[in-house]
Design a protein around this ligand. Sequence first.
Ligand code: 5RP
Length: 232
Amino acid sequence: MSLEEAKQVAANYAVDNFVFNNSILGIGSGSTVVYAVQRLAERVETENLKVTCVPTSFQAKRLITKHNLPLGELDTNPVIELTIDGADEVDSKMTLIKGGGGCLLQEKIIASCSNKLIVIADYTKDAKKLGDRYKKGIPIEVVPMAYVPIKKKIEAMFGGKAKLRKAIAKAGPVVTDNGNFILDWVFPNTDFEWEKVNQDLTMIPGVVETGLFVNMCYKAFFGQPEGHVVER
Ligand code: 5RP
């Protein structure tokens, strides 16, 4: 089974087992969520399911409208029953690295307004410790004018390297849906206490949000090469 098929089985499993009629749903971002929205659209069509979908990014919004699913927003749906989202890595304590696609701020806002956050992913995202498998570091969304001092502060506080994200080498910086930059902090191989790290990072003026999701994830489903789904 390919990686794409592994993403799809996890997505289908989550949508088939956790989405109910008349739900307000948060729709995450990334390539795995595309399969979840496809499955959701099938269920809406065949079962006449009623759902409202609140996006976590411009990409998610386009996905929702492309499939003619009802689009919601936080103003009118401040409490979301369930959010289905991808992740870049999930550790054994269910701490997540998110933001590989640059959507971490809105993803974290939607997750914080959700009764449950479910992660769908292929088996490569399943790690014992953060950094075991995902080598690009923790995405940190920052106000553009402050990216240099923030980079220096992060490196002085924790070690490692905080790199300005660029779409391609030598190009300009990636700009998020919120008009900010992203630093990808490649952290040293230390036993970090991620909740504290997250707090310390968000205390740096100009840091808008981090891609560390601590104590936010209810369940994670990993599609396996053999075609089954492992639940954590
Ligand atoms: C975007 C995210 C994505 O959910 C994460 O990068 C996983 O993406 P994919 O499903 O494409 O592997 O956090 O900001």
